[in-house]
Write a protein that binds this ligand. Structure first.
Ligand SMILES: [Zn+2]
Length: 179
């Protein structure tokens, strides 16, 4: 894989970003079509390769630097997780994606001691302020004990494995851990 990565990246840039001195042309040469196909094929192979880990929610982006993305209203800057047809604050319909800061402050929490079958308890359900964006998640890597969890403590985003299916595809969720 490693030997193909840089080649693929160069191909993407040359196909998608023509030099500034070259004006856009209505047609493309056979060479360009061929290069594009190769790049697309390699991209699909890469997607298959990384698809052994899938995020539980669409707004969790898995990479070497996992992060949450929110949709920000272009009119009033309200932020939402997941796709919205309209802003709940002002009714506008235009949004753009913003990256949620990984570091945050624990605003409130509850220690859950009863849950459905197969869900280990106790665990800490938390509300975290990440740069002004209210985010919900579980708190991990800390004892689920009121003496160990303090309001205002600094936390950071982390990923949590939720198990794998028989094909080895792992479902990945997110939580927060003490920073
Ligand atoms: Zn709005």
């Amino acid at each position: 894989m490693g030997a193909h990565g840089p080649v693929s990246s160069r191909g993407c840039r040359s196909v998608g970003s023509p030099a500034a001195s070259e004006p856009p042309r209505p047609g493309v040469s056979l060479t360009e079509i061929h290069s594009c196909d190769v790049v697309e094929t390699r991209t699909r192979r890469l997607e298959l390769f990384v698809a052994d880990r899938i995020p539980l929610v669409d707004y969790l982006v898995l990479s070497d630097d996992p992060r949450l993305v929110a949709h920000e209203c272009e009119q009033c800057a309200a932020k939402f997780f997941g796709r919205r047809n309209a802003c709940a604050s002002c009714g506008a319909t235009a949004f753009h994606e913003v990256t949620v800061p990984r570091e945050g402050t624990l605003r409130t929490f509850t220690i859950v001691s009863a849950a459905g079958p197969g869900v280990p308890v106790p665990y800490v359900a938390a509300v975290v302020d990440c740069g002004g964006i209210t985010t919900r998640g579980i708190l991990v890597n800390v004892d689920p004990d009121p003496g160990q969890v303090q309001l205002g403590m600094q936390v950071r985003l982390t990923t949590v494995s939720l198990g794998a299916d028989e094909a080895g595809v792992e479902a990945v969720g997110y939580g927060f851990e003490p920073a």
